[in-house]
Design a protein. Structure first.
Length: 255
């Protein structure tokens, strides 16, 4: 049984290498279930609900370091180290932050649609103010926030996915107060730029982006050039949510 720091489930053989999945904002560990048939025979798969999501309602996080300390304790208590981490969007940002803080606990990073951090103080302040406004919207009218959120251009491919309405229904099950706190705790405006610190580690980072997500394609290309041990995959016909839109592509990864 896994340590109870996070709500988590494990699937596969514990004797195999550990593979930790970190979902995105408003998601849950269930977002990864379609991938498990491809991985569970080769890996010990661990899926957690991030703070404020799913069955992990803990709101006592005020920084990225708060999260990385607890994730390190979780990994140590469950003897998972070294672990390959697959992180999507927010989960990717948290995975990269963890790898910078505890590089010896990580064997490899697979970062899907992941932002490694803003560059200037002004950009960070503007993003933090935007996320404060978003948090207010989540608390005051969560259904309206969801409608606005998924009308962004990066969700175009997801909106046409046959399971989109089911996914939207699952998002509505979240606790708005917990989500708002998670958004503020892990705002991109609070995250340090991780490029240089990742470069100081010996970790291999594989970036995966969808060709229909041009902003993240641009970011991933820049990270691929800046990092010494990086590789890049651009998934045809996919947008931001690659693990949902193109699970068969991820299944082919050699981890």
């Amino acid at each position: 049984m896994l340590s109870s720091i996070f709500s988590a489930q494990q699937i596969g053989n514990r004797k195999q290498p550990s593979l930790l999945f970190l979902h995105g904002f408003m998601g849950s560990s269930e977002d990864w279930l379609s991938l498990l048939p491809y991985f569970k025979t080769r890996y010990h798969c661990i899926l957690i609900d991030l703070p404020g999501h799913g069955s992990t309602p803990d709101l006592s996080y005020d920084s990225f370091s708060d999260f990385t300390k607890k994730l390190h304790r979780f990994i140590q208590h469950n003897a998972l180290s070294p672990v390959t981490i697959i992180g999507y969007s927010l989960g990717g940002r948290l995975a990269a932050s963890f790898a910078v803080d505890y590089p010896s606990a990580v064997s490899r990073l697979i970062l899907i649609s992941t932002h490694l951090g803003l560059e200037t103080r002004r950009q960070k302040q503007e993003r933090l103010e935007l996320d404060k406004q978003r948090a207010l919207e989540i608390r005051s009218n969560f259904p309206a926030f969801l409608k606005t959120w998924y009308h962004a251009t990066m969700w175009g491919a997801l909106q046409s996915h046959p399971k989109f309405n089911t996914i939207l229904g699952k998002r509505k099950e979240n606790n708005p107060t917990a989500l708002a706190q998670a958004l503020l705790s892990f705002s991109l405006g609070k995250q340090k730029n991780l490029v240089h610190e990742l470069n100081a580690t010996t970790l291999d980072c594989h970036f995966i982006v969808g060709e229909k997500d041009p902003h993240y394609c641009q970011l991933a290309n820049s990270y691929n050039e800046a990092l010494n041990k990086a590789s890049l995959s651009i998934v045809p016909s996919a947008g931001h949510a690659i693990h949902i839109e193109a699970p068969s592509f991820l299944a082919k990864l050699e981890l």
